[in-house]
Design a protein around this ligand. Structure first.
Ligand code: KG4
Ligand code: ZN
Length: 334
């Protein structure tokens, strides 16, 4: 039998990314052109700027991925692309590039959900065993997703307000840290002490939903009050205490859901999966359990196209095909 190569494109936010995956699970190339530097001075991603960067970078990134892989488009079996959710103008660039290649080279086209991609990043490292639970924590999402088989996603809990990464970014802004704030807080937290008792939103008994806006406001109020009273509080301690609260809720709910649903694996996905504190606490929680914990290496946690190729390869095998009318869908459901 012949090797099968899937080429994937991801442009949902501020990374222009192209990757090639062989036989569903082997990563061949993973090219990511980051725009973080261009958005930094605005303290967040500016959609208009993101789209313009994607249009400049997409062809160069494609060329780079093919060159690195020493493959040509003719060797590629199918083109996978993130169709949503994300910024519409950003998504459109990737969707159009994928359609152009599929049309010109008569290749099958597969649309991929960005979150399915984050989950499937882990399959490049370890084969899935079902049922599995995925904790998806990114700048736009905080969800607990149950998977009983490939391509099936059941959301059992989600945030009712801010996403975990969003809370990180907002707290970082209040502390005058540059965008994106997650890695900055993560670093400060490792140097500080958990000395402030910030709230934890457990919500109703048995709920796997999350809420981070109360915590965010509490941190902002604490800093504001301290300033007014000329009271000194160390940013490292604020970071450590905020992070402790986020990690406590995320890890406790993930643990409870994993036990309740009798899963074989727990997968952590999305940019916040890069958080060192979260990784450590989850490892401690699951080390004595008969549940395998999977957390992707750092380069597969944040946005990339390898994860889209991984999810796209499975969708392709399952017969999913997009037509030439494929459109960007910023609010796409999983
Ligand atoms: O998955 P991602 O790259 O993009 C989205 O799909 O949103 O996630 C980006 C988010 C940002 O909010 C960023 O601050 C957060 O992930 N993040 C982190 C860390 N690295 C990235 N949050 C906490 N600790 C980190 N080490
Ligand atoms: Zn993402």
């Amino acid at each position: 039998s012949q090797d099968q190569y899937i080429l994937a494109i991801e442009t949902s936010c501020d990374e222009t990314a192209v990757a090639i995956v062989k036989n569903e699970r082997e990563l061949i190339t993973n090219v990511v052109a980051s725009q973080i530097e261009s958005h930094k001075r605005f303290g967040g991603v500016v959609p208009e700027i993101a789209s313009r960067h994607h249009i400049e970078q997409i062809t160069v990134t494609l060329e780079e991925a093919l060159q690195q892989s020493q493959l040509t488009i003719d060797d590629i079996e199918a083109i996978a692309v993130t169709e949503g959710p994300g910024l519409v103008g950003a998504l459109l660039v990737g969707v159009n590039a994928a359609k152009a290649i599929a049309f010109a080279k008569q290749k099958p086209l597969v649309g991929v959900h960005h979150i399915a991609g984050h989950i499937y990043a882990n399959r490049l490292e370890e084969e899935f065993e079902f049922p599995l639970l995925s904790l998806v924590v990114s700048g736009g999402h905080t969800e607990l997703i149950l998977m009983k088989e490939h391509g099936s996603f059941e959301v059992i809990g989600e945030t009712r307000d801010d996403a975990a990464g969003e809370a990180y970014d907002k707290v970082a802004r209040t502390l005058n840290l540059p965008y994106p704030g997650g890695p900055q807080i993560d670093q400060l937290a490792s140097e500080g002490e958990v000395s402030i008792d910030f709230p934890r939103a457990w919500l109703e008994d048995g709920s796997y939903d999350f809420s981070f806006s109360g915590l965010k406001s509490s941190v902002i109020n604490k800093l504001h009050n301290a300033k007014q009273k000329n009271e000194e509080i160390l940013p490292v301690d604020v970071a450590a205490s905020f992070q402790a609260s986020v990690i406590d809720v995320l890890s406790t709910k993930a643990y409870q859901a994993a036990k309740a649903y009798g899963v074989k694996q727990v997968i952590v996905a999305g940019g916040v999966a890069a958080n060192r504190g979260l990784r450590k606490v989850l490892h401690e929680k699951f080390e004595n359990e008969d549940i395998q914990l999977l957390i992707p290496p750092l380069h597969l946690c944040t946005d990339n196209a390898a994860m889209i190729a991984s999810a796209g390869a499975v969708a392709y095998r399952q017969g999913h095909r997009a037509g030439y009318d494929l459109n960007a869908n910023p609010g796409l459901d999983l």
